[in-house]
Design a protein around this ligand. Structure first.
Ligand SMILES: [Zn+2]
Length: 80
């Protein structure tokens, strides 16, 4: 089903959660949460509003940090 928001659509909450976490791994200004769209009845990420409580869970924070480090080591972001 198409949606006028033109955002990526996620069929399940699990997919939306995964995309939200990936956004934090990959982007400097990541999405903060996800929501169920009234128009397409699927999930979208959003960069507005309050940060989802999921993102302060220790295991999620840990995962984001370790995956970011993995990206650094691959040489994609050269620092120093
Ligand atoms: Zn939508």
């Amino acid at each position: 089903m198409s949606c006028s928001s033109n955002k990526n659509q996620y069929y399940t909450e699990e997919e939306a959660v995964e995309a939200l976490i990936r956004s934090h791994i990959s982007f400097t200004r990541p999405a903060v949460s996800y929501y169920r769209c009234d128009e397409c009845v699927q999930y979208h990420l959003t960069s507005r509003g309050e940060e989802h409580s999921l993102l302060s869970k220790p295991e999620i924070v840990k995962r984001i940090k370790s995956e970011q480090q993995a990206q650094d080591w691959s040489g994609r972001f050269k620092r120093k």
